[in-house]
Design a protein around this ligand. Structure first.
Ligand SMILES: [Zn+2]
Length: 135
């Protein structure tokens, strides 16, 4: 299965998140009880366990907190998928986001680099949020 065959999981509380990706919008949950911004989407706030959220659109911009570059394909990947770059991105909105860095210079990604959101189409009309370097 390649990423383009990826079907977003149907988990409680995640439908608004995946629906927004159809129009390439990245939504984050904000807890109405404690005010914390949350990612990944979930049923209950990890800070106070409240289940009352509003959805806010992310700027899609941030910086690399940590990065790992893989030169050998694993499991479902092909050699063309490499180098495969996984990163924790600190969104300017205030949450940490685990994703891939894509683009021709992705293997040069380093901690502190600025990144911007890009989208990869997947099954069901949804999109996966990925990042590219913004130098
Ligand atoms: Zn909360």
């Amino acid at each position: 299965m390649s990423q383009s065959d990826f079907l977003p999981p149907e988990r409680p509380g995640t439908a608004p998140y995946w629906d927004a990706t159809r129009s390439r919008r990245l939504l984050l949950q904000r807890c109405r009880a404690c005010g914390q911004l949350i990612h990944h989407p979930r049923e209950a706030c990890p800070h106070c366990l409240a289940q009352d959220f509003v959805w806010e659109e992310s700027t899609g911009r941030g910086s690399v907190h940590a990065v790992s570059v893989h030169h050998r394909p694993f499991e479902v990947m092909t050699p063309q998928d490499c180098p495969y770059v996984v990163a924790f991105v600190d969104l300017d909105d205030g949450v940490r986001f685990l994703s891939d860095i894509v683009g021709p210079d992705r293997e040069t990604a380093a901690v502190g680099d600025r990144v911007r959101l890009v989208w990869k189409p997947v099954a069901g009309g949804c999109h996966l949020p990925l990042f590219e370097l913004d130098r």
